[in-house]
Design a protein around this ligand. Structure first.
Ligand code: AMP
Ligand code: ZN
Length: 141
């Protein structure tokens, strides 16, 4: 495993240097209760490897962590009785990332909760959508 910065709060949780409510652990990740939950049962799924953002994860770790999400989502629904949940994953300060160790939020949702979920959507102009689609296809070759 790569060197882990001594000031990373999630690395400290993984290494049991600070306490956390760990609800699950396997070879690639831990899942904990968020200490400042948006709703009771708000989980964080944290890969054990210290990388900053989603794009820094290897395919192999991403696959291992991704496989956990349905199981943890099912468990969250069962334990909390929530009607649904959001998966939120922030990359970069501009996107709201505060802890610079990649993680996934699983946020229980209940009818009438005040969390909201709609961002203001826009429209493409003229050929912008076609051009953007082309740019992605070229970049992925
Ligand atoms: P983000 O804004 O995506 O970086 O989210 C970081 C999350 O980590 C926030 O929801 C915090 O409440 C949560 N968090 C920070 N420190 C701890 C901790 N020691 N234990 C549990 N959750 C934490
Ligand atoms: Zn870390």
């Amino acid at each position: 495993m790569a060197a882990q910065p001594s000031d990373c709060i999630f690395c400290k949780i993984i290494q049991r240097q600070i306490p956390a409510s760990i609800i699950f652990e396997d070879h690639c990740a831990v899942a904990i209760l968020d200490v400042n939950p948006l709703a009771s049962g708000h989980l964080l799924v944290i890969p054990k490897v210290h990388v900053n953002q989603l794009v820094d994860l290897s395919d192999s770790v991403a696959a291992d962590v991704g496989r956990l999400l349905p199981k943890l989502g099912r468990t969250l629904l069962k334990v909390t009785g929530a009607a649904g949940f959001n998966v939120l994953q922030n990359n970069g300060e501009v996107a709201g990332q505060v802890v610079n160790h990649v993680h996934f939020h699983l946020i229980p949702r209940r009818e009438g909760d005040s969390l909201g979920y709609r961002w203001q959507a826009g429209l493409y102009e003229d050929d912008q959508m076609r051009d953007t689609c082309e740019s992605f296809k070229q970049a992925l070759i």
